[in-house]
Design a protein around this ligand. Structure first.
Ligand code: FE2
Length: 142
């Protein structure tokens, strides 16, 4: 459980930093809408980091917090972006969001199978939100 939760925390941390950077750097005629949508997403993901860390404490382990430790655990890509147009950034974010969803789904399965319903409920809520971001990001590509 703790390894799966740490993976969720690490992936969500990478996603948080990427989408906040996308909020700053996006360029193009649709700037206002992507600047705002990226802000909505980074606020949601930021708020989730606390719950992920606290759930690690509930299962009896210390939560990783050093960026280098989290980067070492993360499975989602954190490579430089090729451009700052919204298509490039949204496409990148869809892939990162899918990676977060994979780790959340794995952790949810473990929580459910081991009777940790509180953690499963928290993870289900996060899956719902990342499903929403997947839909909205994909829809914005047309
Ligand atoms: Fe801002």
């Amino acid at each position: 459980m703790s390894v799966a939760l740490a993976s969720c925390l690490a992936n969500a941390t990478v996603m948080y930093h990427r989408v906040h950077g996308f909020h700053w750097n996006v360029v193009g005629t649709d700037f206002p809408q992507y600047h705002a949508k990226f802000e909505e997403i980074y606020n949601d993901v930021w708020e989730s980091l606390d719950g992920l860390g606290e759930n690690l404490r509930k299962v009896g382990v210390f939560a990783p917090f050093r960026l280098s430790d989290l980067a070492a655990i993360a499975s989602v890509s954190d490579i430089p972006v090729a451009d700052y147009d919204h298509t490039t950034l949204v496409t990148d974010l869809i892939a990162v969001n899918n990676g977060v969803l994979e780790s959340l789904n794995s952790a949810f399965q473990i929580a459910s199978n081991t009777g940790k319903q509180g953690i499963a409920n928290f993870l289900a809520g996060r899956i719902e939100m990342h499903d929403k971001w997947a839909w909205q990001l994909q829809a914005s590509l047309g």
